[in-house]
Design a protein around this ligand. Structure first.
Ligand SMILES: [Zn+2]
Length: 458
C-alpha cells in the first residue's frame, strides 16, 4: 500500500491523502488550502494525481479544509464516489454551495481589479454549477460502526471522531492491514457532540496534530470565560463579537447562550446569528439528534428548539446584517468567518474593534496569516477591509471550546491504536514537532512528520 500526502501535511489545511491499494486509488478527504497566500495558491496547482483515476473519496467531515476541493476534483474528471456519514453529507451540501458562491464573488472582485490594470482575469476555482455536480457523486451515506466494502478485500468502518456533527475517523482494511485516519479529533466533554470513540488497533495511523503541543483549559473554564465576557461587555453597553465557524462552534455557543438564558443568567440583550451559512448548518443539527451526546439529547428532548429562543435573531440578508450596526450597542453578534478572513464578521470588526466598550471573544483556532491570529497575538492596529483600525476592544481567547483534541487526548487516543507506523498530519510545525517529542517520551514510539507530496510505502 502506498500513501501520498497531498495536503494538510506540514500545515493544517488542504486535508488530502492518496491511498493506493489493491488496484484502487482512494482519497482520504479533498479539502481546500486556506490561510497564507502561498498556501492558498496550492488550490490552483494541478492535483499531484489524475482525478479521473481516483475511485473513491472517503470524507472525514464537512469542514471546508477537508471537503472544499471536491468540486474541483469533479471538474477535473473524477468519476468515482464520495462516501461519508449522513450528517456530513447534509452539511457538505451547504458548505460546498457557500464555498462556490464565495469563489465566484472573489473571482468577480479580482476580475474588476484585473480589468482596471488591463490584465487577464482568473476564472473562479469552481462555480455553483461545479458544486452541484460534486453533490451528485455523494452516493453512500454510512452511519458509524457499520462496516462496508469498497470491493472484495477492501473494507471501511467510520468511527465517531467527536469533532463536529457527523465527523468520522476512517478505518480501512486492505492487504491484511488496518490503516486508521483519525480525521479531526474532538475535545472531550463538549456540548452536543459525543467524545471521540476509542479507536481500534491499527498497523498504520495518520493522526491530526493541530494542538499536538498544547493542553486546553477545561470546557467549564471556557463556559465561565464566555459568561464573564458576556456580562463584562453587555454590562458596559458594548457589543460582543464572536467570530465563529458555521459548523459546530456556532451551535455550541448558541447552546451555551440558550442555557444561560434558561437559567436566567443572560443579561438583557439581543443575540444575532449573522451568517446565512451558520443558519443553514444550525437547521441541519436539529435533524440529527441521534448523533448528539446524552446531555444534548436531553436538552433537545425537553425544549422545543434550543436554537430558537427569544433573544436570538437570525439575520439572513445583507440589509438585516447592516442594520445591526445602526442599533444601540449592547448586542452579541455571532458571524463568520471563524478566522476573520472574510464574511460579515469583518464588517462588525470595523465597527467595533476601535471601541473600548466592545469585546471580541475568539472560540476557535486562528491560523497563521489570518486577521484573527493578528488580533489574538495582541496587534495594536490591524487592517480591516483595507483600512487601519486600532484594536481597543477587549479580547478574549477561549480555547476550551476548541473542536480539536489537545495533546493529552491525542496521546491517549494514539496509545489505544497500538500503532505500528505513525504519521503526523494536520498541524503547523511547532505542534508537529512538539507532538512528535511527546509521543516518543510518553508512548515510546517514533512518529513521522508527513511531508507534503511525499509518498510512503507501508
Ligand atoms: Zn475540522
Amino acid at each position: 500500500m502506498k500513501i501520498t500526502f497531498c495536503g494538510a501535511a506540514e500545515t493544517v489545511t488542504g486535508s488530502c491523502h492518496l491511498v493506493e491499494t489493491n488496484g484502487l486509488k482512494i482519497l482520504l478527504d479533498c479539502g481546500l488550502f486556506q490561510g497564507r497566500h502561498e498556501v492558498e495558491e496550492r488550490n490552483w496547482a494541478d492535483f499531484p494525481f489524475d482525478p479521473a483515476t481516483i475511485d473513491y473519496v472517503l470524507l472525514s467531515h464537512a469542514h471546508l479544509d477537508h471537503v472544499g476541493r471536491i468540486p474541483l476534483l469533479v471538474k477535473k474528471g473524477f468519476q468515482g464516489e464520495v462516501i461519508t456519514t449522513p450528517p456530513t453529507a447534509a452539511i457538505a451540501k451547504v458548505i460546498l454551495m457557500d464555498s462556490a458562491h464565495l469563489q465566484e464573488e472573489e473571482a468577480a472582485y479580482h476580475a474588476r481589479k484585473a480589468q482596471r490594470r488591463g490584465e487577464e482575469a482568473r476564472p473562479p476555482l469552481y462555480d455553483v454549477g461545479d458544486a452541484l455536480d460534486a453533490l451528485e457523486v455523494f452516493h453512500r451515506h454510512i452511519p458509524y460502526e457499520k462496516p462496508f466494502a469498497l470491493e472484495d478485500g477492501v473494507e471501511v468502518v467510520f468511527h465517531d471522531a467527536g469533532h463536529v456533527l457527523g465527523s468520522a475517523t476512517v478505518e480501512l482494511h486492505t492487504e491484511g492491514k488496518t490503516l486508521l485516519f483519525s480525521g479531526d479529533l474532538g475535545n472531550r466533554h463538549r456540548p452536543i457532540v459525543r467524545d471521540p470513540a476509542t479507536p481500534p488497533d491499527a498497523d498504520v495511523v495518520l493522526i491530526e496534530s493541530t494542538y499536538g503541543n498544547r493542553t486546553h483549559r477545561t470546557i467549564d473554564d471556557s463556559v465561565t470565560e464566555l459568561k464573564d465576557a458576556v456580562h463584562t461587555v453587555i454590562g458596559r453597553g458594548g457589543n460582543l463579537l464572536i467570530p465563529s465557524f458555521a459548523l459546530e462552534r456556532t451551535q455550541e455557543i448558541l447552546y451555551e447562550l440558550f442555557l444561560m438564558w434558561q437559567h436566567k443568567e443572560l443579561p438583557s440583550c439581543k443575540i444575532f446569528l449573522d451568517s446565512p451559512l451558520a443558519i443553514a448548518t444550525t437547521r441541519i443539527f436539529a435533524k440529527f439528534p441521534g448523533y448528539f451526546d446524552d446531555e444534548g439529547k436531553k436538552v433537545f428532548a425537553h425544549n422545543p428548539d434550543p436554537f430558537n429562543f427569544p433573544p436570538l435573531r437570525y439575520t439572513q440578508t445583507t440589509e438585516e446584517s447592516k442594520r445591526i450596526n445602526n442599533l444601540p450597542e449592547g448586542n452579541i453578534i455571532i458571524a463568520g468567518s471563524g478566522m476573520c478572513t472574510g464574511g460579515r464578521i469583518v464588517h462588525h470588526l470595523r465597527h467595533n474593534l476601535w471601541r473600548e466598550e466592545s469585546g471580541v471573544i475568539f472560540v476557535g483556532y486562528q491560523a497563521q496569516g489570518t486577521l484573527g491570529r493578528q488580533i489574538v497575538e495582541g496587534a495594536e492596529q490591524v487592517h480591516v477591509l483595507g483600512e487601519p483600525v486600532a484594536v481597543r476592544a477587549q479580547i478574549w481567547t477561549v480555547n476550551g471550546f476548541s473542536a480539536h483534541a489537545d495533546q493529552p487526548i491525542l496521546l491517549d487516543w494514539l496509545a489505544h491504536t497500538n500503532a505500528g507506523q505513525i504519521f503526523l498530519v494536520h498541524g503547523e510545525e511547532e505542534s508537529l514537532v512538539g507532538f512528535q517529542e511527546a509521543i516518543q517520551q510518553k508512548i515510546g514510539k517514533k512518529a513521522n512528520i508527513a511531508k507534503w507530496q511525499q509518498t510512503v510505502e507501508v
